[in-house]
Design a protein around this ligand. Structure first.
Ligand SMILES: [Cu+2]
Length: 477
């Protein structure tokens, strides 16, 4: 059975939406679906037209001007095409797998989808086989800056990712320009050699690996901003005095970025999609897979955007410049001001929940064996790990104690969680989908189990995920 057939009939599509448990009563089905149902049994209605078609294909590209390497791209672009919708619309995207030899999927990162649209092989869908297609379709119940990527093996590292923007029906912010800034890390070698290399390194270094905090375990030769690196930098036009909205997405496989813009304070307006109370900073750290929207007022004819990889291995660069002037890049190491965004500055503008006592508590430890390069949650190495059980309607509290010397960007599928930080009013806890857990740190979040299904929860460092740092939530009936 292919998902394509299942979705393209009005009856099963309706069942799919009702089964999602997303409170869709009153949802109006598109006209085409109603007509097809009226035509009666025995007729197979034409599939709903997709708003976008994403073709997954191999390519050879040279995004930093240094080396041509094999890639897996969507519509031959790096990053993949910007998908833009308005809240309340139906998301409908056909993914065509033109790979000759590998399945693929697309995960819509941060989106509140029915689980069968979540794109995780063996959990929420059967991967799209080579030369097959699948239509992802779901109602858009939220707005903000999100992204998408393959959840199959290491395809994401090869370029299989892109931005997904959902605009609100009425935009409360005023700005003159709106740019997506998609950050990535880029290899000049085969990503499938990374893990064997790290295991070898662990064996030869022995106990030294436990010496202290470690900020990055992959040596990347390049970091990309909107698919460009090196001298081939991205630029966007902005006149002095204009308000510019930048939608930062950390679409890297395993890098954190320190982000600043020469000469410009940044007002953080959104974190991981939802709005936060605006806060002005000099710079912010982005964990892998996090998203931040910022506003700035263009003050000069040219300003360089710096995204320096944590650990100092390099930076991704871009330039905002006045139209008609040549973009000038400042490739020097960035100088970070004193005001760094902290998680406890992220506060929701409206209450996101109450003081209610959780119905269920999970106290998890994040573990790893650096020498063997095996990562785990509660010493369970995915896929050899027990599912974590919740029931619909429960308030679930999760604490994560990081017992490893590495940073872990932990990501929950299918739900926002409320980040619970000491000293903050929990009613205004920010909604997030990804959070950095630093070495020795314990972080706590709460989520409402309101989206029945099977959901992945994992470290978004692709190599930690691949070597076991993941668990599955299952809704019990
Ligand atoms: Cu990790």
């Amino acid at each position: 059975m292919t998902g394509h057939e299942k979705i393209s009939t009005g009856v099963s599509r309706r069942r799919l939406l009702q089964g999602a448990g997303l409170g869709l009563a009153g949802l109006t089905l598109p006209k085409a679906v109603g007509a097809a149902r009226a035509a009666g049994a025995g007729l197979v209605p034409a599939p709903n037209p997709a708003d976008y078609v994403l073709k997954v294909q191999r390519a050879e590209i040279n995004p930093d001007g240094e080396k041509a390497v094999p890639a897996i791209l969507l519509n031959d672009r790096l990053p993949g095409p910007e998908l833009r919708f308005t809240e309340g619309e139906t998301f409908r995207v056909r993914v065509e797998n033109h790979l000759a030899d590998q399945p693929t999927t697309v995960h819509w990162h941060g989106m509140l989808v029915p689980d069968v649209m979540d794109g995780v092989p063996d959990i929420s869908q059967v991967a799209i086989a080579a030369q097959q297609s699948f239509v992802y379709e779901y109602p858009l119940l939220q707005n903000g800056t999100y992204w998408y990527h393959s959840h199959f093996s290491l395809q994401e590292q090869l370029g299989h990712s892109g931005p997904l923007i959902v605009e609100p029906k009425d935009e409360p912010l005023a700005y003159d320009r709106d740019y997506v800034i998609f950050l990535a890390d880029w290899l000049h070698s085969d990503p499938y050699e990374i893990i064997p290399g790290l295991i070898k390194e662990g064996e030869s270094q022995g106990m030294q690996m436990d010496a202290g905090p470690d900020l990055a375990d992959v040596d990347y030769p390049s970091f990309l901003l909107n698919g460009r690196g090196g001298k081939n930098f991205w630029s966007g036009a902005a006149r002095p005095g204009e308000r510019v909205r930048l939608r930062f997405i950390n679409g890297s496989a395993s890098s954190y970025f320190k982000v600043m813009i020469d000469g410009h304070p940044l007002t953080i307006t959104h974190a991981d999609g939802p709005a936060v109370r605006p806060v002005e900073v000099d710079w912010f750290l982005m964990a892998t897979a996090e998203c931040y929207d910022v506003l700035l007022t263009m003050g000069e004819t040219s300003a360089t955007i710096h995204a320096e990889a944590l650990g100092g291995a390099g930076q991704a660069l871009g330039v905002l410049h006045a139209p008609g002037t040549a973009p000038k890049v400042n490739a020097a190491k960035p100088k970070f001001g004193p005001r760094q965004l902290a998680y406890d500055q992220l506060q929701a503008p409206e209450p996101t929940g109450t003081f209610a006592k959780p119905d269920r508590v999970y106290e998890l430890t994040l573990n790893g064996d650096m020498r063997k390069y095996v990562w785990s949650i509660d010493n369970q190495v995915w896929p050899d790990a027990e599912p974590m059980i919740v029931k619909r309607g429960e308030l679930v509290e999760v604490s994560m104690k990081n017992t490893t010397p590495m940073i872990h960007p932990m990501h929950l599928h299918g739900h926002f969680f409320r980040l619970m930080l000491p000293g903050l009013d929990p009613r205004f806890a920010a909604l997030k989908h990804t959070v950095n857990v630093a070495p020795e740190e314990t972080l706590r979040f709460v989520f409402l189990a309101d989206n029945p299904g099977r959901w992945f929860f994992h470290c978004h460092n692709l190599y930690h995920l691949k070597t076991g740092m993941a668990r599955e939530w299952i809704y019990e009936l």
